[in-house]
Ligand binder design. Structure first.
Ligand SMILES: NC(=O)c1ccc[n+]([C@@H]2O[C@H](COP(=O)([O-])OP(=O)(O)OC[C@H]3O[C@@H](n4cnc5c(N)ncnc54)[C@H](O)[C@@H]3O)[C@@H](O)[C@H]2O)c1
Ligand SMILES: N[C@H](CO)Cc1c[nH]c[nH+]1
Ligand SMILES: [Zn+2]
Length: 434
């Protein structure tokens, strides 16, 4: 049985533990990350290679950690035709969604007569993408990161992704990268990937921003290197809430509870409902569906559901919604009778998936919405990866002689008040010079 927790009977410590999930159990990883970062800072490429050997691939060398042309070509021979077709459809939809997101390059509006203000959008020049590969292959994440970066017009897109024990990068991820136009890929995972991208080495030029989901080791490295590089959104262990009412099919609720649970023992997968019959039935179905999973995935589900997840029984739909908004899940599935009717009440969620035909696995692979999402309650303030992660905005202004007349007194007054005489002088002298 998947555990059922009655929300009103939880102590504040139990509630806080649920809220905290695994994301913040980072202390040990911080110690490891500190050592790896310092070594890479001092020893550059040699330090990077040492850690690849230690954590991922014993045969790593300075020469073979970059994916070669031959490896790119071989990936196309290895991919199964139906996987290639699936990747192509995913690619099309992700590209379409992100193309529609692209803002106009310049925005300039007349604020008052002769005073034009707005912004100019430009891509970030150098971006590093982290595509994980510890507990699964993630070509979908390659697409979700590389496509918006390319649509945004980033000049240099670099990818780091861990090699397997034989030193190979997962081939479908390589095909996905090529489709998106990414050619600079390093076989690096965890801390060594983030440190190499943030600090730069002789062979790996540093980037301006790193983004992509990762395990606790990558997250620890990002935390330590914040300030050296832009580390993007916090995208850690997967988490989800399935929101259900008395109309929900308990089998769908149980199936969807297991989607994000199978990522790892650190996943936080919750079913939230005020309907006790549904909670009991879903718990029984979940037990049945768990038996269909391979041992290692079932064990991940069982561990995560016992530590960070399970079924939360509330007193009402409103209490369920309050819990959702407080928790701010990465993925939210709304399986209630009229999902559109409560959409306005959902305040905090990385992704909101409405109705029975929109499971989070479909959003991860095929719909086109971005599946790199904020975790650890950061959906309160961060958003899914989008073209905006790869763009920045410069404010833009143009003032005509008429506009200058309208603003000069205000500017001089405020410069005087703040005690900045050179600011004022630039206005006063223009009155004479122009
Ligand atoms: N939020 C999102 O959008 C999103 C999307 C996809 C995946 N995820 C999550 O991202 C995470 C991916 O993690 P993962 O493990 O699959 O892949 P990963 O690539 O982040 O981790 C593997 C790397 O961790 C390093 N590592 C492993 N053990 C280590 C140790 N003892 N010391 C130091 N380094 C070590 C290795 O270098 C290895 O390359 C999962 O938690 C998954 O749920 C989140
Ligand atoms: N659900 C993950 C984000 O939490 C993304 C993913 C990729 N592949 C499988 N799942
Ligand atoms: Zn997933």
């Amino acid at each position: 049985m998947v555990r059922i927790l009655k929300l009103s009977q939880l102590s504040s410590a139990e509630r806080a533990k649920l809220q905290k999930r695994a994301e913040l159990d980072i202390d040990n990883a911080l110690k490891v990350a500190q050592t790896v970062i310092e070594t890479i800072r001092e020893r550059g490429d040699a330090g990077v290679v040492d850690y690849v050997r230690r954590f991922d691939y014993e045969g790593a060398t300075v020469e073979n950690i970059k994916v070669s042309e031959a490896e790119f070509e071989r990936a196309f021979q290895l991919i199964e035709p139906e996987v290639k077709t699936a990747i192509e459809q995913a690619f099309r939809n992700i590209q379409e969604v992100h193309r529609r997101q692209m803002p106009e390059e310049t925005l300039l509006a007349e604020i008052e007569t002769g005073v034009f203000a707005g912004e100019k959008i430009s891509p970030i020049p150098n971006v590093g993408l982290y595509v994980p590969r510890g507990r699964g292959a993630f070509p979908s994440m390659m697409l979700m990161l590389a496509i918006p970066a390319m649509v945004a017009g980033v000049e240099r897109v670099v990818v780091c992704t861990p090699p397997d024990k034989q030193g190979n990068v997962e081939p479908v991820s390589l095909v996905a990268a090529q489709m998106a136009g990414v050619r600079e890929i390093y076989k690096l995972g965890g801390v060594q990937a983030i440190a190499a991208l943030a600090l730069g080495t002789k062979n790996i030029k540093r980037v301006d921003k790193i983004t992509g989901p990762c395990s606790v080791y990558g997250a620890a490295a990002k935390r330590l290197l914040f300030g050296t590089v832009d580390v993007g959104l916090p995208a850690g262990p997967s988490e989800s809430i399935v929101l259900a009412d008395e109309s929900t099919d308990a089998r769908l609720a149980a199936l969807d509870l297991l989607i994000e649970a199978e990522h790892g023992a650190d996943s936080a997968a919750l079913l939230v409902t005020h309907c006790e019959d549904l909670a009991i039935a879903a718990s029984e179905y979940a037990q049945e569906y768990l038996q269909k999973l391979p041992d290692w995935r079932r064990e991940f589900c069982e561990a995560g559901l016992a530590a960070y997840g399970g079924i939360i029984l509330t007193d009402s739909l409103q209490q369920s919604l309050d819990f959702v908004n407080e928790y701010a899940p990465e993925h939210l599935e709304v399986l209630v009778s009229n999902p559109f009717a409560i959409l306005g009440k959902i305040k905090n969620a990385g992704e909101i998936l409405l109705g029975n035909h929109t499971p989070s696995s479909m959003a991860t692979y095929a719909i086109g919405v971005n599946a790199v999402l904020p975790t650890g309650s950061f959906a309160r303030s961060y958003s899914a990866v989008s073209v905006y992660d790869f763009l920045k905005r410069s404010t833009l202004a143009y003032v005509t002689p008429e506009g200058f007349e309208k603003l000069k007194e205000t500017t001089k007054t405020l410069a005087e008040y703040e005690g900045f005489p050179a600011h004022k002088l630039a206005i006063q002298h223009r009155e004479i010079l122009l």
